[in-house]
Design a protein around this ligand. Structure first.
Ligand code: IMP
Length: 424
């Protein structure tokens, strides 16, 4: 099964993946890096995971960081240490790291920041975690992989070559101090040994597990509208966030993905720059942002908030072939007199019910909305579909129709239990 975000990230995937991990044997991250922040609440405890799949919080699950993930080894070791400090067992048996995943170094993070400064008003609003520069090096075939970290001579040689090029850019284009190779080797030289026990051919391990009848859960990070190919380019991340990322990023045939589940909030948010057609810059947006605690799990930045965008979500589900979806944060919309949903875009006098992926930008987009009556009751304690207020049920049913995909589950709060099944 593959679970992916159908909006601009922050759809509440952490909680849903944590819940689906119960029935999985192997949980695999296939793209992104520590730009992600998956929040899972277990009783009184809150965990924010950036690289390690949420399955780590369950006993006897194998968690895989696939080759498509851009791994910051320092963040990863911190995350492992942090989990262990809190009594979560992390060993080579429950955490596997792809030997062929690319490594994020100091120079990637540095260049991420400098490139943003260079872009000026055209900045993307990246998380500053070095994601874009690392994937760029991967594509340029100059990157270092986890397997390179395990071999000190090779690591030195490749890092020296990389730094020669990056320092020229840092000094000559950006006018900043170059990085010291010795310092970088001190910093990254030892991490290989710490990671060694976890590292392997995770693609083969996942395929073997599948062949042995194990249940595999592929966990997407970010959201489809941030996909490098299909999102709101250039205001996107640098990986394939949809189901398309699974085969390359996990080394697993797309023919074997048996179920695809999209996650979408009952409204939309976006963090960073870029088009957001249903954005609300008024007090309604502020109210959603506050009620939904819409602040980035990784950067703490406030997220822009707006109404549910059926054009975008329909596109995401269509593109990924979603079999079902989970509506998250429905409880945040309680108390509104009227709710709105974006159902079509108008650009230069032309109406688009289908996301206009062929246009260079969404500049000047006007949104056509449908309105729905809200509900006044707090629904955070509701645990069955029948107990939802009628208007809440009608709203979910309308969303289902608008995006042409059946809802499987509705989430009404941050706890593991705050979830209800949509009956068929
Ligand atoms: P990058 O992935 O750090 O390069 O950032 C590119 C864009 O994706 C920026 O707009 C970020 O705010 C956004 N982004 C990256 N990761 C996440 C995420 O996990 N949730 C939401 N937005 C993200």
């Amino acid at each position: 099964m593959c679970v992916f975000g159908a909006q601009w990230g922050d759809e509440g995937k952490g909680k849903i993946i944590d819940s689906l991990a119960h029935d999985a044997d192997v949980i695999v991250r296939y793209q992104g890096g520590s730009n992600a922040g998956h929040t899972v609440i277990v009783g009184e405890d809150k965990y924010v995971l950036h690289l390690i799949p949420s399955g780590i919080l369950h006993k006897d699950k194998v968690n895989v960081i696939g080759s498509g993930v851009a791994i910051d080894p320092l963040t990863l070791l911190e995350e492992i240490a942090g989990l262990r400090e809190r009594g979560v067992s992390v060993s080579h048996e429950n955490l596997r790291i792809a030997a062929n995943a690319h490594v994020i170094f100091t120079h990637h993070k540095r260049i991420d920041g400098l490139a943003e400064r260079w872009r000026g008003s055209g900045r993307i609003g990246t998380t500053g975690r070095g994601i874009g520069p690392c994937y760029a090096d991967k594509a340029a075939r100059t990157g270092l992989r986890i397997c390179d970290l395990l071999d000190p001579d090779r690591c030195r040689e490749r890092l020296m070559a990389a730094l020669a090029e990056k320092n020229a850019l840092i000094e000559n284009v950006h006018g900043e101090e170059p990085l010291s190779l010795d310092k970088e080797l001190d910093c990254y030289g030892a991490v290989g040994d710490s990671l060694r026990p976890f590292v392997g051919d995770t693609g083969a391990e996942v395929r073997d597990a599948y062949a042995a009848g194990k249940h595999i859960l592929f966990e997407g990070a970010q959201g489809l509208m941030l996909d490098l190919d299909h999102g709101t380019y250039p205001f996107v991340t640098s990986s394939s966030t949809g189901v398309g990322g699974v085969s390359s990023g996990a080394g697993f045939s797309p023919r074997h993905i048996e179920r695809v589940i999209g996650i979408g909030k009952a409204y939309c948010t976006r963090v960073g720059e870029g088009p957001f057609p249903t954005e609300l810059t008024d007090e309604t947006g502020a109210r959603i942002q506050k009620a939904g605690h819409e602040f980035g799990a990784t950067t703490g930045r406030p997220r822009r908030a707006g109404w549910f965008d059926a054009v975008a979500v329909r596109y995401a589900f269509d593109l990924c072939g979603a079999d079902g979806w989970v509506v998250t944060k429905l409880d945040i919309l309680s108390g509104f007199e009227t709710l709105r949903v974006g159902v079509a875009y108008e650009i230069d006098g032309e109406t688009f019910e289908r996301y206009p992926a062929h246009l260079p930008s969404l500049d000047g987009v006007q949104v056509t909305y449908e309105e729905f009556p809200g509900w006044q009751q707090d629904i955070a304690e509701v645990r069955s579909w029948e107990d939802l207020p009628e208007n809440a049920r009608n709203f979910v049913e309308s969303l289902e129709k608008l995006v042409s995909c059946p809802v499987d589950l509705v989430s009404v709060g941050p706890d593991r239990e705050a979830m209800l099944t949509r009956p068929r």
